[in-house]
Design a protein around this ligand. Structure first.
Ligand code: NAD
Length: 298
């Protein structure tokens, strides 16, 4: 299958490589020269623009930072010059970015008017899952469009959930990430407290992992350096899932909670703490660096 892949960052880069390794013809594009150079080194065909990438594509996959990037790409500025005008009728668009459900619905509506199928398919599993091809996809869209997407998603992920109609994948994703943001702060506090008391971080992490506090961060993404060799914490908090991306997701969750008149006090507090952490200069570091807020320095 010929697939256009747009957005080759921490997640999109390895996802596109997995489609290429599975035998698909992937034509990849990113605005960043660095991202393009890495994709080229992995053997991907590089497009000269997003318009070039979608020429002849049967499916288009996007993995962009936030709502404005997805809306800007597909619909253009003030509704002018968007990529949808360059995509052939009947093509399937899979947007895996984490964005506002309302933006997914807006783009899906414009796509439908142009005869293009659109699903939102945000992911969970981190960069490790993107590299291993074991991501969890949370899909919003019709049954028929999901079945068209399934053979593509299966090459990048291990779990595919149908959350509901377009936008429902995004809603599931922000619920998940609100929980993740909260539990990473809680895990950080517990790790920092134990280590301040002289406990060995690896021993403490293993005790809690196998006890009632066990969670995903303790399983594979410990915020304390040296506990998990491959976690961002052990690599100076480089790569992974940026603090500013977590902040964006917690903002989406709070906007949604306000609209729903829902009570999400810990989600609100987590957003405020990641905002302070970003302001302190940690926006580009992995979000697990939030442990620095609660760790004894020096
Ligand atoms: P990233 O910043 O590493 O990558 C985004 C890429 O998009 C960049 O390379 C950027 O140059 C490119 N880009 C932006 N606008 C573009 C455009 N108009 N055309 C082409 N390329 C463009 O981000 P990431 O960590 O890969 O995350 C991507 C999305 O996945 C985000 O929505 C994020 O919330 C979500 N997500 C990330 C993780 C993670 O662990 N990093 C996990 C799950 C979900």
């Amino acid at each position: 299958m010929q697939i256009a892949f747009i957005g080759l960052g921490h997640m999109g880069g390895p996802m596109a490589v997995n489609l290429h390794k599975a035998g698909h013809q992937v034509k990849a594009f990113d605005l960043s020269q660095d991202a393009l150079a890495k994709a080229r080194a992995e053997g991907l065909t590089i497009a000269s623009s997003a318009e070039d990438a979608v020429q002849g594509a049967e499916a288009v996959v996007t993995m962009l930072p936030a709502s404005q990037h997805v809306e800007g790409l597909f619909l253009g500025k003030d509704g002018q010059g968007g990529l949808l005008a360059h995509i052939a009728k009947g093509t399937l668009v899979i947007d895996s970015s984490t964005i506002a459900a309302a933006t997914s619905q807006k783009v899906a509506k414009a796509a439908e008017a142009a005869g293009i199928a659109f699903i939102d398919a945000p992911v969970s599993g981190g960069t490790g899952g993107a590299i291993a091809g074991t991501l969890t996809f949370m899909v919003g869209g019709s049954d028929a469009d999901l079945e068209r997407a399934r053979p593509i998603l299966e090459k990048m992920g291990a779990n595919i959930f149908h959350a509901g109609s377009v936008g429902a994948g995004q809603t599931a994703k922000i619920c998940n990430n609100m929980l993740l943001g909260i539990l990473m702060i809680g895990t950080s506090e517990a790790m920092a407290l134990g280590v301040a008391n002289g406990l060995d971080p690896k021993v403490l992490a293993e005790i809690m992992r196998r006890s009632s506090g066990g969670n995903w961060a303790l399983e594979k993404y410990n915020p304390y350096p040296g506990v998990h060799e491959n976690a961002p914490a052990s690599k100076g908090y480089a790569g992974g899932f940026g603090t500013d991306l977590m902040l964006k997701d917690l903002g989406l969750a709070q906007e949604n909670a306000m609209a729903m008149k829902a009570s999400t006090p810990l989600g609100g507090l987590a957003r405020a703490l990641y905002a302070a952490h970003s302001l302190a200069g940690h926006g580009a570091e992995d979000f697990s660096s939030v442990i620095k807020m609660v760790q004894k320095q020096g």
